[in-house]
Design a protein around this ligand. Structure first.
Ligand code: NAG
Ligand code: NAG
Ligand code: NAG
Ligand code: NAG
Ligand code: NAG
Length: 341
């Protein structure tokens, strides 16, 4: 009898441990598909003819000291979100060989540095948002069907997966600010209209769960900290994006949209840098030929081009995933767990 009891207890613990383990390893969504600029690029530009390429030390110093093409010292925001969703890091589309392309079911990264929503926002060769979506279309029409066989399995995969889009900064820095040919409000409307059209293409391909990033305070780059005139020009974009994504959700049946307002959140970091562990938020950690800081966790900016440090990206990832300040109308965890309407 005693032995039997012992066995029961043991068996309960074993089962419990087994199920807990399985549960922990199970991803929250089937895949994370990533679209964007240097904020998310994890190696696509390594394969392109451009000066916007960072496959050299010390980029990646905190990514096992490997310069993968990520524009920061460690993981990108997209990497950090993938980890929180318990997914592998989505590989760069241009880094996949033909045969690998249709073996990846957990998401792909199409982001490309120095590129934008508009095709003429660019430096040299890069993947504009249209080009990124063209490659995603190829994944959906050529690669994924080989893995899923049945059409409804693929449709489920696409509708439950998350689409992370972070692009628009270069439409200001490499385009609008060179020219200022429209009023700021008009340009924001125009950009968001273009972005919406491209998002509809993703929806038509089967995407339903969207995360759309705004443009940060571009007036606060390490070189000019902070040009409030520039910030005021960029600001309408974040405000309009929040409204537009909610319109899209109403318009596109079964879709769920969240927007990330990094513009507003950055005020918090600016007002209380020490609270977030930063000693100086205007100075970059790394300046080519000049310095590489000793403690990378103390710096908001990683390089002089305004790319953020992994420490800063972790703050954004933590709050947008499970907090309440950055994302509207819900955080990423809630988006991941929500049933499709
Ligand atoms: C990191 O990589 C650089 C460049 O390849 C090398 O010089 C350095 O010694 C490496 N650091 C460590 C800690 O391995
Ligand atoms: C986008 O710009 C590139 C480089 O200027 C050009 O080669 C390409 O044709 C453009 N694509 C479209 C669709 O306009
Ligand atoms: C300047 O503005 C025009 C008209 O809006 C636009 O077509 C062009 O691409 C812009 N030029 C640059 C260098 O951004
Ligand atoms: C701030 O940005 C505005 C808009 O681009 C520009 O006209 C102005 O010269 C900048 N001011 C400084 C101090 O750089
Ligand atoms: C941050 O660093 C910059 C550049 O070295 C310097 O001008 C500024 O005074 C520093 N700010 C603080 C708060 O230490």
């Amino acid at each position: 009898m005693t032995n039997f009891k012992v066995f029961l207890v043991f068996s309960f613990i074993a089962n419990h441990a087994f199920f807990t383990k399985v549960d922990c390893e199970k991803s929250l969504v089937p895949a994370l598909y990533v679209f964007g600029d240097s904020g998310f690029d994890n190696g696509n530009n390594n394969n392109l003819n451009t000066i916007a390429k960072v496959n050299t030390y010390p980029y990646g110093i905190d990514f096992n000291n490997q310069s993968t093409g990520r524009f920061t010292n460690g993981k990108t925001y997209a990497d950090l979100i993938a980890i929180k969703l318990r997914l592998p890091l989505p590989p760069p589309y241009l880094g996949l060989s033909g045969s690998e392309g249709y073996q990846v079911t957990t998401g792909i990264n199409y982001a490309s540095g120095a590129c934008g929503i508009l095709n003429d926002s660019r430096v040299g060769e890069c993947l504009s948002l249209d080009k990124q979506i063209e490659y995603f279309t190829s994944s959906v029409t050529n690669d994924l069907p080989k893995l899923f066989g049945r059409k409804d399995y693929m449709r489920q995969h696409l509708s439950k997966s998350i689409y992370l889009i972070g692009i628009g900064s270069n439409d200001y820095s490499l385009n609008y600010f060179k020219n200022e040919s429209m009023k700021p409000e008009e340009f924001a409307d125009y950009l968001i209209e273009q972005l919406s059209r491209k998002i509809k293409t993703l929806y038509d391909l089967g995407a339903r769960k969207f995360i759309v990033g705004s443009v940060n305070q571009l007036g606060c780059s390490p070189r000019v900290f902070c040009n409030e005139t520039m910030n005021q020009i960029v600001k309408p974009y974040s405000e309009k994006l929040q409204t537009k994504t909610q319109h899209l959700q109403k318009q596109l049946s079964g879709s769920i949209f969240i927007s990330i307002n990094s513009f507003n959140f950055f005020n918090e970091i600016k007002n209380a840098p020490k609270k977030y562990g930063f000693t100086n938020i205007s100075k970059p950690c790394y300046e080519e030929g000049i310095t590489l800081c000793a403690n990378r966790k103390e710096y908001y900016f990683w390089d002089k081009h305004g790319h953020t440090s992994e420490a800063a990206l972790k703050i954004y990832a933590d709050d947008s995933f499970s907090g309440s300040k950055l994302c509207f109308p819900m955080n990423i965890e809630k988006l991941a767990l929500s049933d499709l309407r």
